[in-house]
Design a protein around this ligand. Structure first.
Ligand code: BES
Ligand code: MN
Ligand code: ZN
Length: 487
């Protein structure tokens, strides 16, 4: 799919479809189009066929314009970024319900910021185009070929082109993350992920990949990580992807993504109902792949290292048992009270390893606790951090991209709950499971500025829409981009 911005006269742009987000009060370009259509939009509103309410879509055909169809989408006033994003996403999905080949978006006057708006258009169009493939019937390719973002002035169209590039990269990054997330666990194994990382680095001068296998991890004394994969016939891998977009003197941002390619719970076996969804327990790692992909596409001038500990958590005769004590790479010992709290066991060693890169900051991303869904539902990721500035910047990136998080505390009272009589700490303890899990991780991240994103609620949808969402790629990219602007 091709994206470009244009400031040509709207009604002279060659496209078969126009996407026009609007509220019930027609303004600016919507007013002009309405006039060109002899009041067709006004009459739709008056007859009650189109209300302009959030996400409502309505297709007009047989028009005396060059367009075969105009897709009206309700904006509900679109007074904040979240509403704007919803409206644009609704427009993109309505677009794909038509046989459109060339589409033009006209959202002049909705927001002032064409960079941002074009970012969301490109991202939403690409994520709406995504179709799962790999198992089952091959999906029919979508017909849409070109997407034009229209704006009134040439200056604006230059700005919009930047946004389209950036948003396109985010959309592709999200789709990369979704595809990896959606693949079943008998295909998407730790070795499969390692293979994907090696492929990503092929013919890319600014990305290198290295894979640590189990014996190399053993040499590094990653006893905690290895205690999770021991019960699986699939060997674990520590995947390291190194993107250099800036001078090597610039300290890297390190992203650490949990990739449990399937989480049965281990000996602390999970109940059967809905267990298939534990194939999504690698979505943190998948989001790191998504970001790497987006960085290669945008060539942002930053250095980012992605670390993905990839393992499968299975019960077996040689699996770790509740009560076993393991020694992490940091030297701290851990009493494994519950083998289903495995994410923190692989992350702690990966986080210790992250320290080797002399990071500017470290962010881990993990489908870590069911408890975060109880606290924040499926809409908001949990954020915990040992640095207020970093936390604020991530929250801001979330608000701007509509991929939001909310911060929870990391106070001492919670940390006390993971004390053990038999080791330096236990891997579970007390109430507020999202916080105690993060307190566990915090014991391994004292050397640097660190944030933890618990995406157990946001990484995938259940029910009829079951599938990975590609979150939090937009938030992470917004954060990374903000670093390039301010420094
Ligand atoms: N991968 C799960 C977290 C999870 C559960 C994500 C449900 C999405 C939906 C994680 O490994 C896990 O099992 N966590 C346990 C921790 C508990 C044993 C302290 C949980 O949340 O139940
Ligand atoms: Mn688990
Ligand atoms: Zn898990």
């Amino acid at each position: 799919m091709e994206f470009n911005a244009s400031s040509a006269q709207l009604l002279k742009i060659e496209a078969d479809s126009l996407v026009l987000p609007t509220g019930s009060q027609l303004e600016n370009i919507a007013k002009e189009i309405d006039a060109a259509l002899d009041g067709a939009i006004t009459s739709l509103i008056e007859s009650g066929d189109f209300s302009g309410k959030a996400s409502e879509a309505c297709v007009l055909r047989n028009l005396n314009t060059p367009f075969k169809r105009i897709i009206l989408v309700g904006t509900d006033g679109a007074s904040n970024p979240q509403k704007m994003i919803k409206a644009i996403e609704a427009g993109a999905s309505a677009l794909f319900k038509t046989p459109a080949v060339n589409a033009v978006w006209a959202i002049e006057g909705l927001a002032e910021d064409h960079d941002w708006q074009a970012t969301i258009v490109a991202r939403s169009t690409l994520t709406a185009a995504y179709q799962y493939s790999g198992t089952g019937k091959k999906p029919k390719p979508k017909k849409l070929e070109t997407v034009t973002y229209w704006c009134a002035s040439e200056n604006d169209s230059n700005i919009a082109n930047q946004g389209l590039n950036y948003g396109g990269a985010i959309g592709n990054g999200m789709n990369t993350a979704r595809q990896l997330g959606n693949l079943p666990a008998n295909i998407c194994t730790p070795n499969y992920l390692a293979e994907q990382a090696s492929q990503l680095a092929e013919e890319q001068a600014n990305l290198t990949t290295s894979i640590l296998n189990e014996s190399e991890m053993k040499k590094l004394k990653m006893g905690s990580l290895l205690s999770v994969s021991t019960g699986s016939v699939e060997p674990g891998n520590l995947i390291v992807m190194n993107y250099t977009g800036a001078d090597s003197s610039l300290k890297p941002i390190v992203l650490v993504g949990k990739a449990v390619t399937f989480d049965t719970g281990g000996i602390s076996l999970k109940p059967g109902r809905g267990m298939d969804e534990m194939k999504f327990d690698m979505c943190g790692g998948a989001s790191v792949f998504g970001v790497m992909n987006a960085l290669l596409e945008t060539k942002l001038p930053v250095n980012v290292i992605g670390i993905v500990p990839a393992v499968e958590n299975m019960p077996a005769g040689n699996a770790t048992k509740p009560g076993d004590v393991v020694t992490s790479m940091s030297g701290q010992t851990i009493e494994v009270l519950n083998t289903d709290a495995e994410g923190r066991l692989i992350l702690c060693d990966a986080l210790t390893y992250a320290g080797r890169f002399d990071p500017d900051i470290v962010i881990d991303i993990a489908t870590l606790t069911g408890a975060v869904i109880g606290a924040l539902g499926k809409f908001t990721s949990g954020l915990l951090s040992n640095d207020d500035e970093l936390a604020d910047q991530l929250l801001l990136g979330g608000t701007k991209s509509g991929d939001r998080a909310w911060r929870l505390p990391l106070w001492e009272e919670y940390d006390k709950q993971i004390k053990s009589n038999f080791a330096d700490m236990a891997n579970i303890g007390g109430e507020a499971g999202t916080i105690t899990a993060a307190c566990f991780l915090a014991r391994f991240t004292k050397a640097y500025k660190w944030a933890h994103l618990d995406i157990a609620g946001t990484a995938w949808l259940s029910g009829p829409q079951k599938g990975a969402t590609g979150r939090p790629v937009p938030m992470l990219m917004e954060y990374i981009r903000s670093k390039t602007v301010s420094e």
